[in-house]
Design a protein around this ligand. Structure first.
Ligand SMILES: Nc1nc2c(ncn2[C@@H]2O[C@H](COP(=O)(O)OP(=O)(O)OP(=O)(O)O)[C@@H](O)[C@H]2O)c(=O)[nH]1
Ligand SMILES: [Mg+2]
Length: 219
């Protein structure tokens, strides 16, 4: 048991060193990095597909983690020329070392924002700092209103929480107030923004939050 704990500590230490170096490179290039985390299918790629065009003229780059396909990168190539797919080969999260490799393939001097779409998973990615400046956690309406209480670490570590697919609130039983109450117990720092990429509701609020993080002004 002790051996296993030491190994886990080593992995996290190595990751942290790589994360610090990533952050240094990003700071030097003046790029703000946003780590996007959620369960599979919560709408991370759909969010980026709508967000990147809305942030124009700010040039955006994307690193997208996936177990084995390049489908998300193909979708995102429609909205940015700078997108790099990182296949984790079955790994359930991105590591800072993988992000460092991805950064080498991007022209950071031509970017002002880097979105990192993490592997869809509510647990594993949380412990791995990638060198980002902010974390976004998504929870989609179809996942159920109990998930903040069941997976607190994801929401605890987030700087902003997006309740996505709110267009489905009218057809699914989902108590937004329960989510708010659960969040109040674990994270009072991060705002909760309700949004739908399908209807566009809430996108203004999200873009305003993002713009403040990127350049300190509204969209
Ligand atoms: N109704 C509705 N569907 C949405 C919305 N956002 C995303 N979707 C749908 O949800 C599904 C999953 O969306 P993705 O953007 O691929 O989700 P993801 O989080 O990137 O998924 P992984 O990369 O596999 O973890 C797709 O069929 C989207 O069209 C929304 O606001 N409303
Ligand atoms: Mg995706």
């Amino acid at each position: 048991m002790r051996k296993r704990i030491e190994v886990v500590a080593d992995v996290l230490e190595t990751n942290e060193a790589a994360a610090q170096e990533n952050r240094r490179l990003l700071d030097q290039a003046g790029v703000v990095a946003i780590n996007v985390l959620s369960a599979p299918g919560s709408g991370k790629t759909a969010l980026l597909e709508k967000t990147i065009p809305a942030l124009k003229p700010r040039p955006c780059t994307v690193l997208v983690g996936d177990l084995q396909t390049s489908r998300d990168a193909e979708r995102l190539a429609a909205v940015t020329s700078q997108v790099v797919q990182i296949n984790t080969g079955g790994g359930c999260h991105l590591s800072a070392e993988e992000v460092a490799e991805g950064l080498k393939r991007l022209k950071l001097e031509r970017a002002s924002v880097l979105f990192i779409e993490n592997v869809g998973n509510m647990v594993c990615p949380v412990s791995f700092d990638l060198g980002e400046h902010a974390r976004v956690a998504l929870l989609s309406v179809p996942e159920g209103d109990d998930k903040v209480a069941k997976y607190p670490s994801l929401f605890q570590s987030a700087d902003v929480i997006l309740l996505t697919k709110t267009d489905l609130l009218s057809v699914l039983e989902f108590r937004v107030q329960l989510v708010r109450d659960d969040l109040a117990r674990i994270n009072t720092r991060a705002p909760l923004i309700e949004l739908s990429t399908k209807t566009g509701a809430g996108m203004d609020q999200w873009l305003a939050w993002l713009s403040t993080r990127i350049d300190g002004i509204g969209v």
